[in-house]
Design a protein around this ligand. Structure first.
Ligand code: AN0
Ligand code: CP
Length: 323
């Protein structure tokens, strides 16, 4: 694997899920595989889980790891070609990428959507520059439009906790005070469409996800109706994807104070099939979900986060196999 962005990059999902369980039984089974190989993890944005779980995954495989926080100690990077660099950005990505690549064998990138220019974000400009100019395998640690390590961990978690062959999984929008990217819901939708689940998306009008991720998934604008009989509730806020309203791309469409009935609470969970609650974290309590729901025995947020180590170990192993 030379690039990890989309569900197809992993090939057969059943094989990948079996590999995840194999690694979960023995995290150090492939500890010889990464000997003298170095993973460089480049963060343009904050992270707790991705930073720790991806480092742990690399250590499971016997790799060395270097973490770079671009905004905490590195030179500010220019990403646009053709500009006169007379501002506060001292270095260009076009030099920085091959330099970084010279010190490592694999590169992970966290670079969120800017949420200003839909075309720039949806063409994965930063990630693709790393792919093009590093000459090394590259994997997404949440890029402008996708968070596949999260979606893979979510799928592993659903497989572990499902009690029926084809569970009903509902992705629900929930309110948030700041504009957030669409990467998590994009990937979640993409992966659920590829998995053997009954998948429904619910959100207020105007938050329709891009077709290339939502595919033919059912969209139900009535949240309570969507929740009926659900086995898994996956909550997440996202800003306007600009599908039906391109001028609103990256914005919050209505003041969150008016949207608080979308906060996942016992009221909505009551109509589900005793559903498990999921969220990728970090989560704002009282906005996305109430304390009682996230603290209930049905909440999977901690095992879900723990599975990030497993998804990252599988992905790094696949990359190492093809170095
Ligand atoms: C980010 C997001 O919504 O994409 C990261 C989630 C894993 N969340 C925040 O910035 C709060
Ligand atoms: N879920 C997730 O990716 O968390 P971090 O932003 O803390 O890495």
């Amino acid at each position: 694997m030379k690039s990890f962005l989309n569900v197809q990059d992993l090939g057969n999902l059943h094989t990948a899920l079996a590999e995840a369980q194999e690694i979960k039984q023995d995290r150090f089974k492939y500890v010889e595989m990464g000997k003298n190989k170095t993973a460089l993890l480049v963060f343009f944005n904050n992270s707790l889980r991705t930073r720790l779980s991806t480092q742990k995954a690399a250590l499971n495989l016997g790799m060395n790891v270097i973490v770079l926080d671009v905004n905490a100690g590195a030179w500010k990077l220019e990403t646009e070609r053709g500009v006169i660099m007379d501002g506060d950005r001292s270095e260009h990505l076009l030099e920085a990428i091959p330099v970084m690549a010279s010190y490592c064998d694999v590169i992970g990138i966290r670079s969120f959507a800017g949420l200003a220019d839909r075309n720039y974000d949806y063409s994965e400009t930063i990630y693709n520059q790393f792919l093009k100019y590093s000459g090394k395998p590259v994997f997404a640690m949440e890029t402008a439009t996708v968070h596949p390590l999260q979606a893979f961990a979510d799928l592993i978690t659903i497989e572990e906790y499902k009690t029926s062959q084809r569970p009903k999984v509902v992705l629900t929008w929930a309110p948030h005070p700041k504009s957030l990217p669409q990467a998590v819901p994009d990937s979640f939708a993409e992966w659920m469409n590829a998995a053997d689940v009954d998948f429904v998306i619910t959100h207020p009008e105007g938050y329709e996800l891009d077709q290339r991720f939502a595919g033919d998934a059912r969209v139900e604008y009535n949240q309570l109706k969507a929740f009926e009989g659900a086995d898994f509730i996956y909550a997440k806020n996202w800003s306007c994807p600009g599908v039906t309203n391109p001028d609103k791309y990256g914005q919050i469409l209505d003041d969150y104070h008016k949207m608080m009935d979308w906060t996942v609470s016992a009221r909505q969970m009551a109509v589900t099939n005793n559903a498990h609650f999921m969220h990728c974290l970090p989560v704002r309590r009282g906005m996305i979900v109430t304390d009682d729901v996230i603290e209930s025995p049905n909440s999977l947020v901690i095992p879900e986060a723990a599975n990030r180590e497993i998804s990252a170990t599988v992905v790094l192993k696949r990359i190492l196999e093809n170095l």
